[in-house]
Ligand binder design. Structure first.
Ligand code: SF4
Length: 266
């Protein structure tokens, strides 16, 4: 039977992730709380990169609920046509913009129930906004966090909500604010779905996954980890490294739209 995580194990797990990436950020580009909300809504079943490509032009035209509502569904749909489910998403983005105007004076509510009452906004989106826009220690369980929590044995659960509750129970408060991003980045770049990069994983010793990929690092083992993934694994004890491509892309995108993206703790 697999050993469960002790308090010390959990502490060590997050300490290692923090050491690799002290200030984890979302890879979604946004200008303000409104564009953050829209970007997160658009990111459902889509990659952050594809969302950023689409929103660069969209947010240049509409960075407030008023402007977005004025664009209308057709124009929004045209801008996000490269993203899956774009018609439904365009409809939701315009509807949530109108709802923000009519219910919240165009502001993003700092309230879970009010957020979840907006079109296209579920618990996961609300958690991201509460965490990134308002600094709440919420954990938004997406496909990456769901996989990492179950694989490692950190917090097993059959549903995202069960995993979220499990993580909330065990993650020490000092790590709670960034736990969401640490786990997402770990799942996106290291503990990937098909063939996790266990040989270079910094939490390998703590992970309870039976199907870890081989210890002996081979070119194949590390193939596809990506520069950011490598950084996550090798940063501990290493001197400062060149900023990864992902970060550079984000900065470039933000600069192109006036340098306001990735506001604050995004
Ligand atoms: S050891 Fe492998 S399965 Fe476990 S967390 Fe690391 S990459 Fe994922």
């Amino acid at each position: 039977m697999q050993r469960s995580f002790s308090k010390q194990d959990v502490e060590r797990f997050f300490a290692l992730l923090r050491r690799a990436e002290p200030e984890p950020k979302t890879e979604l580009c946004y200008l303000n709380n409104f564009t953050l909300l829209v970007a997160v809504v658009l990111s459902a079943q889509a990659t952050d990169r594809s969302v950023n490509k689409a929103t660069a032009a969209l947010f240049a035209l509409a960075d407030t609920p008023d402007k977005m509502a004025s664009l209308g569904e057709e124009v929004v749909a045209h801008h996000i046509r490269t993203i899956g489910l774009y018609r439904t998403k365009a409809k939701n983005v315009v509807a949530l913009s109108r709802a923000l105007l009519s219910r919240h004076h165009g502001e993003i509510p700092h309230d879970r129930a009010a957020l979840e009452a907006l079109p296209g906004v579920g618990r996961k989106t609300a958690n991201v906004v509460l965490n990134t826009a308002f600094g709440e220690p919420t954990i938004a369980v997406d496909t990456h966090i769901f996989r990492v929590a179950n694989r490692t044995g950190l917090a097993r659960g059959k549903t995202p909500l069960a995993v979220e509750m499990g993580l909330e129970r065990i993650v020490p408060s000092v790590y709670r604010l960034h736990a969401h991003h640490w786990l997402i980045l770990h799942g996106r770049y290291v503990c990937v779905a098909r063939r996790p990069h266990c040989p270079v994983c910094i939490v390998r010793e703590l992970c309870r996954f039976d199907g870890k990929t081989p210890e002996a690092g081979t070119p194949e083992d590390t193939k596809g980890t990506g520069r950011r993934g490598n950084r996550l694994q090798q940063r501990a004890g290493a001197a400062k490294r060149t900023a990864p491509k992902a970060k550079a892309r984000v900065k470039k995108a933000n600069a192109a739209r006036g340098g306001a993206g990735h506001r604050k703790d995004s």
